[in-house]
Design a protein. Structure first.
Length: 424
């Protein structure tokens, strides 16, 4: 097991002997804004292309609390800390200048960071020799936004949240509709330098929503962007830095070449994406077997990717009409029984989610490519949100769980990556 994963496990004792105290005066910001000297384009939601981008990462709700207010987004995030940033190259997209852009969430606009030409672009950093018409997305993490709260465990959340953003791109692309391919073997170190990230922000993955332009070869564009602060405050975390740098080298990647098939109706999907929220607790409502099967079909669809790691999905059935209670994996029951309370306990005693929900999920992997396998867990998690909410069933991601006790419960010694619950 990867040493970073082992050293960031939660246990019943660790969360009690290591209470997490937050220094509110150091709270980082959640928005990165490039200075005004760059050209910025406000998203026009009437424009089809802008609308697609908005449905990946836009702001959708405002929450007020006694000390202030904050905004929620299309994509979920552990603790609403939003460590990820979204960049993309746009080539040959109607109404948009070819170039490399940053999605500025706070103002719903696009910042043009760098122009590209017909024969130069980001394609070679993605492993493409020819020009790609459409979008090449890049997802980064500004890890302090998350490590401020979650300390060493934050790298896990940066990856899960990044996976959710990849899932969000996948869902938004269905509105077009367009196939997306995850690209983990992007030249991350080189790109980090070119984007001026200075080890405070790192690229985690790429995603292509583009088609090759046959016969148009491109070479790698070189540029140097200045560092732009994306968190306000910062405290170095050596453990996370080591974990990131050690997981840059990919080994024995297997391509995922089968495209997923989803059966969403476009207008209903759009509404689902726009209104997505995490459910704050379930009321012990049941779901039907038909709904359960529909959701399972969506999450088990293959992921198109250049490094497809195996992720196991363990399922605790608490309240699905006409289905026996029990622990279930890969379409088969491992053990019959009422494990609702156990699932609630394992999710760091968040009983209102995993116990009171209809179904609880635990995702594990024994893969070798940590960044790729963790982001895949986020993609599956995002599919679970979208498919459940499409069926008017609530969903919540659960990043906190007792790692070793989950292993003992499901009966494997893989890395436990993520828990989720759905229900009513
Ligand atoms: C990786 C991840 C882990 C999460 N873990 C928890 C959790 O342990 N408990 C919980 O109540 N919510 C959890 N959430 C839900 C977030 O709190 C929620 O996404 C965030 O507050 C934004 O709200 P929204 O999803 O409604 O937009 C998690 C979400 C993600 C993406």
């Amino acid at each position: 097991m990867f040493w970073y994963h082992t050293s960031t496990k939660h246990s019943y004792n660790s969360v009690r002997t290591n209470p997490n105290r937050l220094s509110w005066e150091d709270q980082p910001g959640t928005y990165k804004n490039y200075p005004g000297l760059y050209a910025k384009y406000k998203l026009d939601l009437e424009n089809k292309e802008d609308n697609l981008l908005y449905h990946i990462a836009g702001l959708t709700a405002k929450k007020t609390y006694p000390g202030g207010e904050y905004y929620l987004r299309i994509n979920p995030s552990a603790g609403a800390l939003y460590p990820n940033e979204l960049y993309f190259q746009s080539r040959g997209v109607e109404g948009r200048k070819d170039g490399i852009y940053h999605y500025e969430v706070s103002s719903s606009s696009l910042t043009l960071l760098q122009k590209i030409t017909e024969d130069e672009g980001l394609e070679p950093y993605f492993g493409y020799k020819t020009a790609m018409r459409g979008y090449l997305f890049l997802i980064s993490a500004i890890y302090y936004r998350s490590s401020w709260k979650y300390k060493d465990r934050a790298f896990r959340y940066c990856l899960l949240d990044a996976g959710h953003l990849l899932g969000s791109i996948e869902a938004s692309a269905l509105l077009k509709p367009h196939a997306v391919q995850m690209v983990y073997t992007i030249e991350r170190e080189k790109l980090n330098r070119m984007f001026g990230f200075e080890d405070r922000e790192w690229f985690l993955s790429g995603c292509s929503m583009a088609v090759p332009v046959h016969g148009q070869e491109v070479s790698a564009l070189e540029f140097e962007l200045p560092y732009v602060d994306g968190s306000g405050t910062f405290e170095k975390n050596p453990l996370i830095e080591q974990a990131y740098h050690e997981t840059l080298t990919m080994q024995a990647c297997r391509r995922g070449i089968k495209a997923p098939k989803f059966t969403y109706q476009t207008m209903k999907l759009k509404e689902t994406i726009f209104t997505r929220r995490s459910q704050r607790g379930f009321n012990e409502g049941a779901i039907t077997k038909g709904q359960f099967n529909y959701i399972m079909d969506a999450i088990y669809q293959p992921v198109l990717s250049d490094c497809d790691e195996e992720v196991s999905v363990y399922i605790v059935v608490n309240r699905v009409l006409d289905m026996p209670l029990g622990l279930y994996w890969d379409g088969k029951y491992i053990e019959y029984g009422d494990f609702a309370r156990k699932a609630g306990y394992l999710s760091l005693e968040q009983y209102s989610l995993s116990q009171q929900g209809a179904v609880a999920f635990f995702l594990t992997s024994k893969g070798k490519n940590y960044q790729a396998l963790y982001q895949k867990a986020g993609i599956i998690g995002h599919r679970l949100y979208v498919a459940s909410l499409y069926m008017s069933i609530g969903c919540s991601g659960i990043g906190a769980y007792y790692d070793d006790e989950v292993n003992a419960f499901v009966g494997n010694d893989e890395m436990v990556l993520y828990a989720l619950a759905i229900g009513k």
